[in-house]
Unconditional design. Structure first.
Length: 420
């Protein structure tokens, strides 16, 4: 009892030191607990990968990993080495790691690749994935048999449904390991892609199209979110501080003045597609059995050359000014366009933006408009005005967005609930 009384007096007399010691102990206990959970989690994933890689008589498959070491404030490489690379090696893959060193490096590498590997893995964010998809679809042969895997080690991972800002250590390890093990399991799914072309005049140089898996964004929300790193000193509150400070400024694009033309969705006709691509045949066993020669004959895809749809070419026009324009892909083969009305006040914009950062509110706007193609013609192309394609900045130009249904194969996680 005397010891307890003496200890209580010491805590009272040295309350500053006691508070600091308690904080250190709590942090250490939390860190140790997270470390234990991560080790147990990685052990389960590594055991599954090792079991898959220990099968005898199988030819090792070559996998190219395009790693963006500058992603997520230069922490992407460390996360990849901790939670993804061991799983790929234990599965028996021949892993070639290519580190990108500049913008467009991943796209150029894919375009110049002589032979496609068994799979292409992207270790980065939305921008790196967009570069890889652009490189694949720009090739004349259009090799859609090579599946693409996404390891969300970047800062912005909307294309893979991961929000990095909300992940704790354990959840980050789970998401990255799950993305890596999905490549081992070989479950793939078709993904829609947006083809984005700059509309050029007769005297302007032709620009090759860019392909996106995520979304197109133009407006004040995008402009202010790009300024968050200026407020690094506020730590995890930097996004909120960016909107609090810049929502009263005239620099963001508060009015997206443009003439918008869109065509309705079409399931297939002779105008938008002559021949439908044949869906991949069901297969059993490991995922690379997709690439082995098939003995049975292939079934031709549906021919749309005789299908007539007069609504396919019908154009609808929207004029006016909007606070934000977003275009993305829907579950069905269609584009989803949202047009946000002008903001009532800066304070309401701040509250809406904070809710969007927390995931409680989607892009504010009217009911989504479904389309097959969207053409955006800005009234004025001012300097230092940008829009985002898969969270990468581009100068504001007249563009045409076209939906490419089921254009690429991507690995998907279908057994996430089995590992807890």
């Amino acid at each position: 009892m005397a010891f307890v009384v003496k200890f209580a007096k010491s805590v009272r007399n040295h309350w500053k030191k006691s508070t600091f010691a308690a904080a250190v102990i709590c942090y250490g206990a939390s860190y140790a607990n997270d470390k234990l959970k991560i080790n147990n989690l990685m052990r389960k994933y590594c055991e599954e990968a090792s079991a898959a890689g220990s099968v005898l008589g199988q030819q090792p498959q070559r996998v190219i990993v395009l790693l963006n070491p500058a992603a997520n404030r230069r922490s992407a490489e460390d996360a990849f080495q901790k939670y993804c690379e061991p799983i790929l090696h234990l599965a028996g893959f021949l892993v070639d790691i290519v580190k990108t060193d500049s913008e467009g490096h991943a796209r150029r590498y894919i375009e110049e690749l002589q032979h496609f590997p068994s799979a292409i893995v992207v270790a980065g964010g939305d921008g790196t994935l967009s570069e890889v998809v652009t490189g694949v679809l720009r090739r004349s042969e259009g090799n859609d048999k090579c599946p693409i895997g996404m390891l969300p080690v970047g800062r912005m991972n909307a294309s893979s449904g991961v929000e990095a800002a909300k992940r704790n250590r354990v959840e980050e390890a789970r998401q990255l390991a799950e993305a890596a093990i999905s490549i081992v399991r070989g479950n793939t799914a078709k993904r829609h892609v947006m083809k984005i072309e700059v509309i050029t005049g007769q005297e302007e140089e032709y620009r090759r199209p860019v392909y996106a898996v995520g979304s197109f964004q133009w407006g004040a929300f995008r402009d202010i979110l790009c300024l968050r790193d200026r407020y690094w000193y506020t730590g995890p509150l930097r996004e909120y501080m960016a909107f609090l400070v810049n929502s009263f400024s005239s620099r963001p694009t508060w009015e997206c003045a443009a003439d918008i033309t869109y065509t309705p969705p079409c399931s297939g006709c002779r105008n938008c597609g002559a021949t439908e691509k044949k869906a991949p045949q069901a297969h059993s066993g490991r995922w690379w059995s997709t690439f082995t020669p098939k003995t049975n004959g292939s079934t031709p895809g549906r021919d749309f050359s005789n299908v007539i749809n007069e609504m396919c070419t019908k154009e609808y026009k929207i004029e006016g000014k909007h606070s934000e324009i977003t275009v993305g892909t829907a579950t069905e083969p269609a584009l989803e366009m949202k047009l946000s009305p002008a903001e009532a006040s800066s304070f309401s914009f701040i509250l809406k933006s904070w809710k969007r950062l927390q995931g409680q509110l989607e892009a504010a706007g009217r009911e989504a408009i479904e389309a097959r193609t969207v053409q955006i013609l800005p009234e004025m192309m001012e300097k230092e005005k940008y829009y985002s394609i898969d969270n990468e900045e581009y100068d504001v130009k007249p563009i045409r967005i076209t939906l490419l249904p089921n254009a690429i194969n991507m690995f998907s996680s279908q057994r996430k609930a089995q590992i807890a």
